[in-house]
Design a protein around this ligand. Structure first.
Ligand code: DGJ
Length: 733
């Protein structure tokens, strides 16, 4: 049993081959944190792991006992108001105005396996042997409320997942103003905090800062997890590199407003908290109601940042993503967005599809603009009826023609949105998220449907289901293009208004779940103005996501590099687009554009009918290459070699290796030309030092140790032009 309970000291020790996580019941009944990190041997008592010194000038729980102050004691799920002055994990407003809670240990249960969290996405197991779950129950006797802290330890991964359930068994109304999913108190703050931050078109750039005294927080209040901050954070030691040293990763399986924070206190301890964003959140819990928080996935690595990423990749690819497409090779696609925007008709689309079929592309995706009067972005969201001026034979006719070319057929939706200029708005003006008597702001001329209303979710489900079955759709791109403002629901009483954004996300999950059940064969790709909802919550429903609206390969180096901190290559939609690039105006070779997009789920997003003969030949070869190594690109073990955020070479490097270490593909990208460049060798990772590899591109052979420790020398072309890529395919001989 990988979870030990030591009765005498009421201590829990979760332990697998890689990690230990230890906590105990404190003398006031709360839980005290003892250790999280590399595996420790089990023993009867861990009392000595942390003893508080008596300290002056704080508050103490008991008279005459100057060590028992929660100000000093590392805790497991800290509450507000009783000698701990840091921000808590839980904060409950009560009818009498009190915010004090005292949740004390009641009982525990340990079970094999991992239960799902009702209505929420979470990592899972396929057999009960894969994980063990510990639930520690705490009760507040005055409130008659029960808190279940749930911990799952994966057997073969350095992973602990956490979430919390609260149940109100009393007569008092409880207002959950803050109910986070995880809190970990580290006894020192000698760490750097890594976050993935950005904006539209430059999502998930890596930011690294030393922890400082006070609060450092990343979060979202936008109604989406956001392109500004990803729901991920890691603490690493200052000396930890990509491939060595300790890292603690925290990833939140949620797609809306979140909070991820480190608070460094006056003793230089560091409290990590993660969960639903408490700002402008409150959830009313009445008698016999319960509330579940989303899941936090904690990964410990002593193999550097890349080691942490590989754990997330494997877990999220195999035990978060689900369904028919989880393990299947994903089709290469052509998406018409950057080729036509709103300006298309059936003839144009079919000519693109014909070219796609000739080139060897496997799926045609019709993006925005096919419904209502959608000739620009000011109109028709919510009117999910085909525009017969553009598509005379409807979607069914188009789909049949596309399929007769041997292609799969994919379709774009933006299910959560409504345009004022739409029939849906005329018939249901109250279905929007809005606040009465207040001006309502727009984003891209559109408004958010109130998915906290079941009837709205039902309506959109029926509309989508009809189209998906009639047009025999194989793939859905689910877009979401604005942040929430003036948040309120006409469906909820005043005391529940702050539940609206979370209820919306629950509605989104509900719609996804119903569609997945009804159409198990459809491949879903999530999207939110590119990568504004690239989060683990979405991956539970849609195994791939559009990384960014920025298709410029140089920009993509940073975006894909940052995204790879948490998310596997099989989740990253990556397309070759036209030049000059529509986002940056940059002109890059086809080779460079493809060499970046290979490291993801590959596709094209340009007007194939405008290509020259040479370009067509190049694309054909790219598709042959990608398909040949698709399994490796989508499922290989990924290593980051050179960071676009650091280093002197103005370069990026990464590689994928198959599990047997027989095949590897390495790409190195140099952004700016280097006059008179010094000798530079690209050092590889993760291959077998004893195996002999042939480098396909040059015929040269070398042992794994030479390739890793001495490296592959770059050809003497770095001074020739900006934006060069070098790709090597290694096959063991
Ligand atoms: C934003 C997406 O990220 C794009 O790929 C495209 O689908 C547009 N929306 C369509 O409006």
């Amino acid at each position: 049993m990988p979870i030990h309970f030591h009765k005498k000291n009421l201590t829990f020790h979760m332990q697998n081959d890689a990690i230990s996580y230890i906590f105990k019941v404190l003398q006031n009944g709360q839980l005290g944190h003892l250790y999280y990190g590399k595996r420790l041997q089990d023993r009867e008592s861990f009392e000595h792991l942390h003893t508080a010194y008596p300290t002056p000038s704080t508050a103490y729980v008991y008279e005459g006992e100057e060590t028992f102050s929660l100000d000093l004691i590392p805790q497991e799920y800290p509450a507000y108001g009783t000698t701990d002055f840091r921000e808590p994990a839980i904060h409950i407003r009560q009818e009498n105005g009190s915010r004090i809670t005292q949740f004390s240990y009641e009982e525990y249960s340990i079970k094999k396996g991992k239960p799902a969290i009702p209505g929420l996405p979470s990592t899972y197991v396929e057999t009960d042997e894969e994980a063990t779950t510990l639930i520690v129950s705490l009760t507040d006797d005055y409130l008659n409320a029960r808190l279940d802290l749930s911990y799952t330890l994966y057997e073969n991964h350095p992973v602990v997942t956490r979430h919390v359930r609260i149940y109100n068994g009393g007569k008092l109304k409880l207002y959950l103003d803050r109910i986070l999913s995880a809190s970990v108190d580290f006894i020192d703050s000698d760490y750097e905090m890594i976050q993935l931050s950005g904006a539209w078109s430059r999502e998930r750039h890596v930011i690294n800062r030393p922890l400082m005294s006070g609060i450092q927080k990343i979060s979202s209040t936008r109604g989406t997890s956001s392109s500004q901050q990803n729901p991920f954070m890691a603490l690493k030691k200052p000396w930890t590199t990509e491939h060595a040293g300790e890292v603690f990763g925290f990833s939140f399986v949620y797609s809306g407003n979140f909070h991820a924070q480190v608070e460094v206190d006056h003793y230089q301890t560091a409290r990590v908290t993660m969960g639903l964003q408490p700002f402008d959140f409150s959830w009313l819990l009445e008698l016999n109601e319960s509330f579940n928080t989303p899941e936090v996935v904690m990964v410990y690595s002593d193999k550097g940042m890349n080691g942490m990423s590989q754990v997330y990749h494997e877990l999220y690819r195999k035990r978060l993503a689900r369904g028919t497409w989880r393990d299947k090779q994903r089709p290469t696609l052509i998406n018409n967005w950057e080729a036509t925007y709103f300006d298309f008709n059936e003839k144009k689309l079919i000519s693109v599809a014909e070219e796609a079929s000739d080139l060897g592309i496997e799926m045609f995706v019709l993006d925005d603009g096919w419904f209502g009067k959608r000739n620009n972005d000011k109109t028709s969201l919510g009117d999910w009826c085909v525009n017969r001026h553009k598509l005379q034979d409807g979607l069914t006719g188009l789909s049949e023609k596309v399929k007769s070319l041997g292609l799969l057929f994919g379709l774009w939706f933006e299910p959560e949105m409504i345009s004022i200029e739409s029939n849906l708005f005329k018939s249901h003006p109250d279905w929007l998220i809005k606040v009465p008597d207040r001006h309502l702001s727009h984003g891209r001329f559109q408004y958010v449907l109130d998915f906290s209303r079941c009837e709205v979710v039902d309506f959109i489900f029926r509309k989508m289901a009809d189209i998906l079955s009639e047009a025999k759709v194989d793939y859905v791109k689910w877009d979401m293009n604005r942040n929430m403002t003036e948040i309120g629901s006409g469906n909820l009483p005043s005391e529940r208004q702050q539940e609206t954004p979370h209820r919306h996300i629950l509605g989104v999950y509900n719609l996804y779940e119903r569609l997945i059940k009804a159409f198990p064969g459809i491949l879903f790709e999530s999207c939110a103005s590119g990568g504004a909802r690239f989060d683990p919550g979405m991956l539970y429903y849609a195994p791939q996501a559009w990384v960014s609206d920025d298709t410029d390969a140089v920009e993509r180096l940073k975006i894909q590099y940052g995204t790879s901190y948490v998310y596997p290559l099989s989740s990253m939609g990556a397309h070759v687009s036209a030049v000059p690039n529509h986002q940056t105006g940059r002109i890059l070779s086809h080779e460079m554009r493809a060499a970046v997009a290979y490291f993801g789920v590959f596709g094209y997003e340009l007007d194939l009918t405008a290509l020259t003969g040479d370009e067509k030949e190049e694309i054909k070869q790219q598709l042959i290459y990608y398909k040949k190594y698709r399994e490796l690109f989508q499922k290989g073990v990924f290593y980051r070699l050179y960071s676009p955020f650091q280093g002197k070479q103005d370069s990026t490097g990464w590689m994928v290796v198959d599990e047997k270490k027989d095949t590897a593909i390495v790409s190195y990208y140099q952004t700016l030309s280097q006059p008179n460049p010094p000798t530079f060798k690209v050092k590889l990772e993760g291959i077998d030092s004893a195996k002999l590899y042939k480098v396909e591109e040059s015929g040269y052979t070398a042992y794994g140790d030479e390739l890793m420790y001495s490296g592959i020398q770059l050809p003497d072309t770095r001074h020739k032009s900006d934006f060069q890529s070098y790709t090597w395919t290694l096959l063991s001989v």
